[in-house]
Write a protein that binds this ligand. Structure first.
Ligand code: AMP
Length: 116
């Protein structure tokens, strides 16, 4: 059994957050340390620790993360200029919270994809 993270508490609304969206499969809320004017996290309600743990049964939730990203980007008014969706995995990916999540970042030019 994977260990719960703070994101499970956010999904269950046990701790305060700026909740932007929730349905039966996913939850979206603002990142507590925003790196860009828009920085939203979209997470599956079920605990999947990393991309390495993804199974076919998770495809509905993972697909929903993209449709929610599209809607939230439009709501934030950043869809025309563009934005970036990021999923970090494990140490080399820079993952800090072991509950899979998609970062939706934008609101400014984001520059090169990877720092050198
Ligand atoms: P990652 O490095 O991909 O695991 O990103 C984890 C993200 O979760 C970081 O950008 C954190 O700022 C964010 N984060 C951690 N705790 C919270 C929280 N309680 N509410 C919102 N965002 C959080």
């Amino acid at each position: 059994m994977a260990e719960e993270t703070i994101f499970s508490k956010i999904i269950r609304k046990e701790i305060p957050t700026e909740l932007l969206y929730q349905d039966d499969l996913v939850t979206a809320f603002r990142d507590i340390h925003p790196r860009t004017p828009t920085h939203i996290l979209i997470v599956p309600n079920v605990l999947i620790p990393t991309v390495n743990d993804v199974e076919p049964e998770h495809e509905a939730a993972l697909g929903r993360m993209f449709t929610v990203a599209r809607k939230l980007a439009a709501k934030e008014g950043i869809n025309d200029d563009g934005y970036r969706l990021i999923v970090n995995c494990n140490r080399h990916g820079g993952q800090e919270v072991y509950h899979i999540h998609m970062h939706l970042v934008g609101g400014q030019p984001l520059g090169a994809m990877l720092a050198r």
